[in-house]
Design a protein around this ligand. Structure first.
Ligand SMILES: Cc1cc2nc3c(=O)[nH]c(=O)nc-3n(C[C@H](O)[C@H](O)[C@H](O)COP(=O)(O)OP(=O)(O)OC[C@H]3O[C@@H](n4cnc5c(N)ncnc54)[C@H](O)[C@@H]3O)c2cc1C
Length: 357
């Protein structure tokens, strides 16, 4: 028998936005945590733009759990800002730029039908805020951005001050063993394990039965002079202000692509789209690319393994990870610590049939 050190309550595999926010919530509930992460600089969280937008613009529909998530998402991160002594959350309205007269008409109609009009102010073409808005637009006040990398870096520093052990290495699933109701990985022991590996799920023999997709996305850092940085600007493509004359521009959606290698023609195609409505000169500063961990039904994966009751998953945050974790991580921590119910739509119990029956 292996000699057993004092086991952690939870070992979390993956220190992206899912793993980190859950670790913080579990610590708040008095649990002893270790986090393992291989610090992939091209992970989804380290690439993301961190936009938080309460609507699905295509149909002018509310995002999932919009009324529960968005009124408190900023306060959620502001609390972590106070604890860490760092700045990473920004309240910035999103200006949806209308493409043509029909688009303006559809937006007005759909926002009314979908109960969204209290969050939107129509912008008249004559009141253009220094922006090119020939068909006007709609200003959404309940939006903003999280500097995801800054949030993660500040959390890691906070962990280093004590409380949460962060171990920087690859987690090899083949080395995981179970003895006396405790999991061991070499000299590390834990009663329960939560896998929050993003795309790393494909290598996970316990949970790779779940239908995780990988939707590749490009983000450009751009230099654009004389464009007011008061709003996130959005058509289908978007521009997020990051200070000075710099913007993040995105994005693309490449189905089932794990590539992290930016291709120049994708940057050129995006810049062409921006040129359709931004008259200022646009200079490319840098280009990055990563896969988003996505689920076809748009609902993440949370919950307990159907056969190993001390293994759990936290994945599938798709393209709204920054806002979703503010709602899901506290609930997941309550589920893990006191057995409260998870929202049914995200519980992986929905995939048991066919795999374990
Ligand atoms: C181009 C792009 C743009 C995006 N824009 C936005 C946006 O504007 N707004 C928004 O809300 N979301 C956005 N997203 C999505 C968002 O980033 C994701 O939902 C979120 O980052 C997923 O976080 P995660 O923690 O689940 O996964 P990840 O960020 O992938 O984290 C998983 C971590 O686990 C580590 N890991 C994996 N396997 C192992 C292993 N075996 N051993 C050790 N470590 C391991 C990885 O290195 C990584 O650090 C975007 C994503 C992309 C790619």
């Amino acid at each position: 028998m292996l000699e057993e050190a004092t086991p952690y309550d939870f070992l979390i595999v993956g220190a992206g936005i899912a793993g980190v926010s859950l670790a913080l919530e579990l610590q708040k509930r008095g649990r002893r945590i270790a986090l393992i992460d291989n610090e992939n600089p091209k992970s989804s969280s380290r690439t993301a733009a961190g936009m938080m937008n309460p609507m699905v613009p295509r149909n002018v529909q509310k995002a999932w759990k919009c009324d529960e998530i968005y009124p408190s998402v900023f306060e959620y991160y502001e609390n972590w800002e106070h604890l860490f002594g760092a700045k990473f959350i920004h309240r910035i309205p999103t200006l949806q730029v209308h493409k043509n007269a029909q688009h303006t008409k559809n937006w007005t109609k759909r926002s009314r039908e979908n109960g969204f009009q209290q969050h939107l102010s129509p912008i008249d073409p004559s009141d253009s805020h220094g922006l090119p808005l020939p068909f006007g637009g709609a200003l959404c006040h309940l939006s903003g951005k999280l500097d995801v990398k800054e949030f993660l870096d500040a959390a890691y520093l906070y962990f280093a001050q004590g409380g949460i052990d962060k171990i920087n290495q690859d987690f090899l699933h083949s080395e995981l063993k179970r003895e006396n109701d405790v999991w061991s990985l070499n000299d590390l022991w834990s009663r329960r394990i939560v896998f929050a590996e993003g795309i790393g799920l494909y290598e996970n023999p316990y949970f790779n039965y779940l239908p995780l997709g990988a939707t590749g996305g490009d983000i450009l850092e751009l230099e654009i002079n004389d464009l007011p940085q008061d709003f996130i600007l959005k058509r289908k493509e978007w521009l997020v202000p990051i200070g000075g004359n710099r913007w993040l521009g995105g994005s693309t959606y490449h189905n089932e692509s794990l590539s992290t290698v930016p291709e120049a023609h994708h940057a050129a195609e995006l810049i062409e789209l921006f040129k359709e409505w931004i008259p200022q000169e646009i200079k490319l500063v840098s280009h990055r690319r990563a896969p988003r961990p996505t689920v076809a039904t748009w609902r993440p994966f949370l919950g307990q393994h159907p056969q190993h009751d001390t293994l759990y998953i936290y994945n599938g945050l798709g393209s709204k990870g920054s806002s979703l974790v503010s709602y899901l991580s506290p609930r997941y921590a309550d589920f893990l610590c006191s057995g409260s119910e998870l929202p049914e739509e995200v519980n992986i119990a929905r995939f048991v049939q066919g795999h374990f029956t």
